[in-house]
Design a protein around this ligand. Structure first.
Ligand code: NAP
Length: 489
C-alpha cells in the first residue's frame, strides 16, 4: 500500500473512476468530498422530463464495467444515475465518499494540500484531484424582468417536481440539447407549450431503440455482445466528431444530409424556415434526437421566434408586442463552461491563486495540470474534448495520465506542476488549432467559445487525445521538486 493520501473533489462519473483507479493501484488512502447527498454529478443535478444521454449507453459506461441492463440505446437519466450509484458501491468507492461536504478552499503549504469545507472542517492530502465536471454552474438568462414572473420558474438543472405540468401553460427558453429533450417529452402532453428560440439548431436524426428482455439476458450471458456495442458506439462517436470537424468529407456530407432530411420532416414551410439554421452543421454541439421535429409539430405546441423583450408577471413579452401568458417558465439557458473546479478558492505555491493564474482564461497543461498548483490534477479540465463524445472514455484516458503522474510523485517523493512556459506553448498551439475548427469558422455562437471567440475545447480528433493522454506525461515539461530530503548519514 502506498502512503500518499488523495482528496478528490466530486463523486460524479469521474470522481468514482478516480477513486477506483487509485485503490486498484495501491493508493488506498483517499477521500471523495461531494457537495450533494448522492453520487452521480450531472445525473443527480438534472432530472428534467425526457432526460437521457445522447451518447449510446453501452459506450457511456466504464469500459471495465459494461452494463447488460440498459433499457434503450440512449439511456434515460435515472438509469444512468443508478448505474453510477451501483458502480460506486460495487467498485468499493462508496465508503470513501463524504456527502453534503462542499470544499470551499484548498491551499498548498509546500508539501500538502490543506482543504477547508464550507462547514469549517478541514483535511489534508498529498494529492488533490478535481472531478467536478465542467457544466455544473447554471447560467440564468440575462433577460429584464426575470424575477418578476409570478408563476413557477426554474432552471432545467433545478427542476421543481412539485409543479404539476399537465394542465399548465409552459414556456421554455433555449434550444440546446436540454430544451430539445424536454420538448420531445412534454409537447402535446401539457395544456400548452411554447418554445422560445433565439437560434435554431441542426438536429441529427438518431433512432432510439429499446433493448428487449431477451437481448438484455444475452448481454449478461455473453459479454462479447456488449463489448461489440461498446466498440460500435465508440466508432460512431469518433466518426461523428471527425465528420463534424470536416476530417471525413463523405461522413460530413452524410451528416449534413441527415440533418437536412430530418428538417424536411417539418411540413409547414414557415415553421421549417424558422427552424433552419444559418450556420454550418456541427458549429454548435450537434443535437441528437429522433423526435424533436415531430414534437414541435404536435398540437398545442408553438415555436416562438420573436425576440424576448422582457419577462412580466404574466409571462413573456416578445418584441412583436405579444404577451405569452404562462404558468411555468423553464430556463434551458445552459451552464458556465469556464467554472471547472471553481468556486473552490485555490492557492498554490508562493501564494499564487487560481483566480490569478486564470485571470485571462482557464489554462491547463494537457488539460490536466495547472502551473503553480503542485500535485493537483483535473479530470475534464480546460480544453478537454467535449461535444458528441463519451466523456466517460475521455475521463478514463485522463485518469490513466493522472495515475502515471501519481506513480512518479510516489516514487520520487516529488511535487510536480507544469512548467508555465510549456503550458503557455501548449495553450497557444491548441488555440491556434481551435481557431481553424468549425466551432470557430462555422458562423455561430456557442458555449464552446471563450470571450475572444476561440473554442475552448480540444481541437483535434479523439485519437490524438488518446495518444496524448495514454502516452503519459513528458516529465521534462514539469517543474519538479523533491519533497523530503534524505536524512544525512
Ligand atoms: P446550451 O446548449 O448552452 O443552450 C442554451 C440555450 O439557451 C441556447 O439555445 C441559447 O440561445 C439560449 N439562451 C441563453 N440565454 C438566452 C437569452 N437571454 N435569451 C434567449 N435564449 C437564451 O445549454 P443546454 O441545452 O443545457 O446544453 C448544455 C450542454 O450540456 C450541451 O451542449 C451538452 O454538452 C450538455 N448536455 C448533454 C446532453 C446529452 O444528452 N449528452 C443533454 C443535455 C445537455 P443561443 O443558442 O442563441 O445562445
Amino acid at each position: 500500500m502506498m502512503k500518499q493520501k488523495t482528496i478528490i473533489i466530486g463523486a460524479g462519473m469521474s470522481g468514482i473512476l478516480a477513486g477506483y483507479c487509485l485503490y486498484k493501484s495501491g493508493y488506498r488512502d483517499y477521500t471523495i468530498y461531494e457537495k450533494g447527498d448522492s453520487v452521480g454529478g450531472t445525473w443527480r443535478e438534472n432530472s428534467y422530463p425526457g432526460l437521457h444521454c445522447d451518447v449510446p449507453a453501452h459506450h457511456y459506461s466504464y469500459s471495465f464495467a459494461l452494463n447488460p441492463d440498459w433499457s434503450k440505446v440512449f439511456a434515460p437519466g435515472p438509469e444512468i444515475w443508478a448505474y453510477f450509484d451501483r458502480q460506486a458501491r460495487q467498485l468499493g468507492v462508496f465508503d470513501h465518499i463524504r456527502f453534503n461536504s462542499e470544499i470551499a478552499d484548498a491551499r498548498w503549504d509546500g508539501a500538502k494540500w490543506n482543504i477547508t469545507l464550507k462547514d469549517g472542517s478541514t483535511d489534508s492530502s498529498d494529492i488533490l484531484i478535481s472531478a467536478t465536471g465542467f457544466l455544473h454552474q447554471i447560467v440564468m438568462p440575462d433577460i429584464p424582468g426575470l424575477d418578476t414572473f409570478a408563476g413557477h420558474k426554474f432552471h432545467t438543472a433545478r427542476w421543481d417536481h412539485s409543479v404539476a405540468l399537465d394542465d399548465a401553460r409552459i414556456g421554455i427558453i433555449g434550444t440546446g440539447s436540454t430544451a430539445v429533450q424536454i420538448v420531445s417529452a412534454l409537447a402535446g402532453r401539457v395544456r400548452n407549450l411554447e418554445l422560445f428560440q433565439r437560434t435554431p439548431q441542426w438536429v441529427l436524426n438518431v433512432p432510439q431503440t429499446e433493448f428487449s428482455a431477451e437481448q438484455r439476458a444475452d448481454f449478461a450471458n455473453r459479454p462479447e455482445l456488449m463489448q461489440a456495442l461498446y466498440d460500435e458506439a465508440a466508432h460512431f462517436t469518433r466518426e461523428t466528431t471527425r465528420a463534424v470537424m470536416g476530417l471525413d468529407e463523405e461522413g460530413r456530407a452524410a451528416m449534413v444530409r441527415n440533418c437536412e432530411e430530418n428538417l424536411a420532416r417539418v411540413k409547414d414551410p414557415e415553421l421549417r424556415a424558422h427552424l433552419t439554421p444559418d450556420y454550418a452543421v456541427g458549429c454548435k454541439r450537434l443535437i441528437m434526437s429522433p423526435d424533436f421535429y415531430e414534437a414541435i409539430q404536435r398540437p398545442r405546441t408553438e415555436l416562438i421566434t420573436a425576440g424576448i423583450e422582457r419577462i412580466v408577471p404574466e409571462g413573456v413579452l416578445t418584441s412583436d408586442g405579444v404577451l405569452h401568458e404562462l404558468d411555468v417558465l423553464v430556463l434551458a439557458s445552459g451552464f458556465d463552461p469556464t467554472a471547472y473546479v471553481r468556486p473552490v478558492a485555490m492557492t498554490g505555491e508562493d501564494g499564487r491563486t487560481l483566480a490569478d493564474i486564470w485571470a485571462e482564461q482557464p489554462v491547463a497543461y494537457q488539460c490536466v495540470t495547472v502551473p503553480h498548483m503542485p500535485n493537483f490534477f483535473m479530470i475534464g479540465g480546460p480544453y478537454s474534448p467535449v461535444g458528441n463524445i463519451s466523456l466517460v472514455l475521455m475521463a478514463e484516458w485522463q485518469v490513466d495520465y493522472i495515475m502515471k503522474c501519481i506513480a512518479y510523485i510516489a516514487e520520487n517523493d516529488a511535487a510536480m506542476s507544469p512548467d508555465p512556459t510549456a503550458t503557455g506553448g501548449y495553450i497557444a498551439e491548441i488555440r491556434a488549432a481551435a481557431r481553424k475548427t468549425i466551432w470557430a469558422t462555422g458562423g455561430c455562437r456557442s458555449w464552446y467559445l471563450d470571450a475572444e471567440g476561440v473554442p475552448a475545447i480540444y481541437p483535434y480528433p479523439s485519437e490524438i487525445f488518446r495518444e496524448e493522454t495514454l502516452g503519459g506525461p513528458d516529465f521534462s515539461k514539469f517543474t519538479i521538486r523533491k519533497l523530503r530530503q534524505p536524512e544525512p548519514v
